[in-house]
Design a protein around this ligand. Sequence first.
Ligand code: SAM
Length: 360
Amino acid sequence: MSEDLCLRVERKSGEQIRKLMLRRGLLDHSRRIAAVGGFVFIPLSRSPTPPELEEAGAASTVEVCSEKLPAQEPKSSSLPEILSGRLPPELVFRLPRSYDVVGDIMLLETLDPELAPYRGLVGSALLEMNPGLKTVLVKVGKVEGEFRVPRLEAIAGLHSFETIHMEYGLRLKVDLSKAYFSPRLGYERHRVAQAVNDGETIVDMFAGVGPFSLMIAKRAMVRVYAIDKNPDAIDLLRENMGLNMLRGEVIPICDDARAVAEKIPHMADRVIMNLPGSSLEFLEAATKFLRESGGNIHLYTFTPDQTLAEAKERLLKATQKIGGRFELRNSRVVKPVAPRRWQAALDIFFVADRPIPSPL
Ligand SMILES: C[S@@+](CC[C@H](N)C(=O)[O-])C[C@H]1O[C@@H](n2cnc3c(N)ncnc32)[C@H](O)[C@@H]1O
């Protein structure tokens, strides 16, 4: 890694991107940010991955470059410094380096088991460093079960699982203990919403608290069927409909997405399938929602390689069982989820190869 590695961004987006780099663990704390003309240079500890760059690029023109930046003045606000003398020195290297922010909650993916006896201390220090945040939560165990809700432990602050998260101007009430929500999909939701045209009918098959559905309905005059099996997610989605000025209509449905496809088939122009662990199993149901003239499917899946070759192969196999014409129009890595595991987006266009019988 170059010692001069940094990100050049427009000055107006400097703070937003600094926070993003901090959350992704990309900020180099040993060097200072510098402003030159209409740009700021943000020091980086490593090269950003293509999805990280794309995420930053949604807010500003960004460019990875090499620039000599002044060294950071020593100050006592880094986590190791705040905890100095209160934590065994050998544990300093095990302190968390990155986290997600959901509203006023700091969400840690994991906490090193050796830090378990000190978790309250570590959590309080993290809040001290981030005065705008009110609670620190840690994921304990994998996101499991049909509703994809992680098991969480509150380690500091208000111990609240509920907050209001802002995303591209959308207000989202979330309760991380009751319904799935990830702030890391913000750019992806923005990308999909931008592809939508007025007049479309959309099915969000796994809507959760509604971030895709609401981001789309905020932008466009559409009708969105927002389906989720988790009643808590649908309750929050209803609340979120009231928290936002929407141009389109959102129809919440608490049911199994496959069952809904049988009840309201062939009326959608676009289907969103954000259930990456098993979306391909629901692909046939997604095609049932689409009009005879065809439509778009935004399918999310996990993949072990950033070329997405494995994901595309699984998609091909799934489509061969279904019939009809599938065209993969775009694919991209959305975010890393574990070592050598990424979430991928596959944008597909589907047309049935034979007339669909009328449901009437
Ligand atoms: C990964 S979350 C995505 C939530 C939301 N789209 C988002 O971006 O935050 C998947 C959601 O699918 C829901 N789900 C799982 N199986 C389902 C099914 N068969 N029918 C409808 N919803 C389902 C879960 O309850 C969960 O809220």
